[in-house]
Design a protein around this ligand. Structure first.
Ligand SMILES: [Zn+2]
Length: 283
């Protein structure tokens, strides 16, 4: 299934994960825990469009994303899938394993190519038993995903496509740390579960007012503040939850007495204007 485009010449990602890691969960671990996990963390290249797990198939690994994005897709009929959440360097793919399960009805694909560290199911479960801080970080991330997915479900029910499109682009840009995304209208339509023509119409509107720019195989966010104004409150609620998650990660790290494993940690960004707006939007 061709879902996404990825131009290796222009998409600035590191193709091979390098030590120390950049993944937010791994960098928050104490040095002792991280060094213990190191032999079990296998650096892997994530090629765009690669299916990491099929629906209902047992998950064999969790993936700590370093660069790029993994999309978790829900099947809604014989032909269509809709994205239910995105995973970047703030998180991990493989929540069923974290919660003691082994499979789910979702499919997981590499949305934007990059790199990750992966760890086997048995190694993750053993490490969670041995290191309470590792388990606490993973479970805190699960809480963030629950907020994301429930808010996305509500958003998809009531909010306009332009708002949802803006939310997707902002979320993807936050996770990637860049304003140029290697994605086409066709792919955006599939992710959002709508017709391509509808996405093109919304995109045309946003392009005419100078918020977005279409490049060959890419979308560029030209006016981020403008895009934030066009999206719905759901983006702010979801982003606030990610900010809370980052703060809780820090609390877990300090409670564990660990120093930060600096590996080029890149916090999920929220702009100043967004933070002012979100202060009254999310309680
Ligand atoms: Zn919404």
């Amino acid at each position: 299934m061709t879902l996404l485009t990825d131009d290796l010449a222009t998409w600035p990602v590191r193709r091979q994960a390098k030590w120390p890691p950049r993944n937010q969960i791994l960098t928050t671990l104490g040095t002792r825990e991280l060094e213990h996990l190191r032999p079990m963390l296998e650096p892997v290249t994530m090629k765009a469009r690669c299916i990491l797990s099929h629906s209902k198939a047992p998950l064999e690994h969790v993936y700590f994303v370093e660069e790029g994005l993994i999309s978790v897709l829900a099947q809604i009929d014989q032909r269509r899938v809709v994205e239910v959440w995105l995973i970047g360097s703030e998180g991990v793919m493989g929540i069923p394993l974290v919660l003691g399960g082994s499979a789910s009805p979702h499919r997981r694909i590499v949305a934007l190519g990059g790199s990750a560290y992966r760890m086997s199911a048995s190694a993750v479960q053993a490490a969670m038993q041995r290191f309470p801080s590792f388990a606490a970080l993973l479970l805190r991330y699960v809480q963030a995903v629950l907020v994301q997915t429930s808010q996305a479900g509500a958003c998809n029910t009531v909010h306009r496509l332009e708002q949802r499109l803006a939310r997707w682009l902002l979320t993807a840009a936050d996770r990637c740390g860049g304003e140029v995304l290697p994605i086409t209208h066709d792919i955006l339509a599939r992710m959002l579960g709508v017709r391509r023509a509808s996405v093109s119409e919304c995109f045309g509107t946003l392009e005419r007012v100078g918020i977005l720019k279409k490049r060959r195989g890419f979308v560029q966010i030209v006016d981020r503040a403008g895009l934030e104004e066009r999206t719905c409150r759901c983006y702010r609620i979801m982003q606030n939850e990610m900010d809370r998650t980052c703060r809780d990660f820090e609390t877990i790290r300090k409670a564990n007495g660990g120093e930060r494993n600096h590996g080029g940690l890149r916090p999920v960004r929220s702009s100043e204007s967004f933070q002012i707006l979100s202060a009254e939007a999310d309680h």
